[in-house]
Design a protein around this ligand. Structure first.
Ligand SMILES: [Zn+2]
Ligand SMILES: [Zn+2]
Length: 302
């Protein structure tokens, strides 16, 4: 809720005219309690995890031949029922765990100082804070994920996320409820260290979820804008982690590749990539209809 009655009062206090974005924010949030603004995140989570993976699921039903070369594990075809089951399980964890956590974590938002007022942050400030959030979360996530691949962590918790050896968009948050909670911690460390505006916090939640869906999409599209982000892992990078499964000691990072590179946990992935490149070069395989794709392509070569 904003401490001004009108836009004119806000402008007179700030000593300048509001920008178009600030006027929009004023109209939307001036009379809305901060608690309600914070709870928008629950709505974003439900909407994103319902709508964003949908086109990817439709591709699984009928894959146009022009997109076939980009499917990372072309031999895997999941039945429609497994998409519904996955969505149902994810929504159950959201309703019973993530939603209530959001409702009750409002005091922490107040404590760290995420603000809702005016002025709005500049685009540069938002971008810098989002970059910090992504880097911090990626580092924390790397170590938690690596620990979850220990015997106890995998058998008790992380095996659920690995039920999909060929990931799908809907399976990005498909995990044991404990994993969803544990991995939520690094997501909040960035905003706690460098608190910003509520809009930055919303953007962070939205972009992180969209990124997770892309990473689990099962497709490596060449025109994805994320291809231009330095050290970005992407769908192919994480797909290999799922393909290897529980024994995987490779590609633990969720967003970038630098942690795996520094700690030497990308060797299996790089070796397999080099092998596949060699096979395709020797065979001259052009990837017609995607039959030359997949981590297990021409296993006999090994
Ligand atoms: Zn894993
Ligand atoms: Zn995954």
């Amino acid at each position: 809720m904003l401490p001004y009655e009108t836009i004119a009062a806000a402008e007179s206090t700030m000593g300048r005219n509001l920008t178009a974005a600030e006027a929009l924010w004023f109209r939307y949030s001036a009379r809305m309690p901060d608690y309600l603004l914070y709870c928008h995140n629950i709505f974003f989570l439900f909407v994103i995890f319902t709508l964003v993976p949908l086109p990817l699921a439709l591709l699984e039903v009928r894959l146009p031949s022009v997109l076939a070369p980009y499917k990372l594990q072309p031999k895997v075809h999941l039945p429609t029922s497994s998409f519904f089951q996955c969505y149902k399980d994810v929504m159950r964890v959201f309703l019973l765990v993530v939603g209530p956590l959001q409702l009750f974590s409002y005091p922490s938002k107040k404590f760290v100082g995420i603000r809702t007022g005016l002025p709005l942050p500049s685009a540069g400030e938002v971008a810098a804070q989002l970059a910090v959030y992504f880097l911090i979360e990626d580092y924390g996530n790397y170590w938690i994920h690596r620990l979850l691949h220990g015997r106890w962590g995998y058998e008790k918790i992380h095996h659920v996320h690995h039920e999909f050896t060929a990931p799908i968009g809907f399976a990005a948050p498909y995990a044991h409820w404990a994993e969803v909670l544990i991995l939520g911690i690094p997501s909040f460390v960035g905003p706690a260290i460098a608190p910003g505006h509520m809009i930055t916090f919303w953007l962070w939640i939205i972009l992180r979820q969209v990124e997770a869906i892309e990473t689990h999409s099962g497709y490596d599209f060449p025109l994805s804008p994320t291809k231009y982000i330095p050290f970005y892992g992407g769908a192919e990078y994480h797909d290999y982690h799922h393909y290897v499964g529980g024994q995987s000691q490779s590609n633990f990072a969720s967003v970038f590749t630098y942690c795996d590179y520094i700690y030497g946990t990308d060797k299996g992935y790089r070796y397999r990539k080099a092998q596949l490149a060699k096979i395709r070069e020797q065979r001259g395989a052009g990837g017609e209809n995607g039959e030359a794709n997949g981590w297990n392509y021409n296993e006999k070569f090994e």
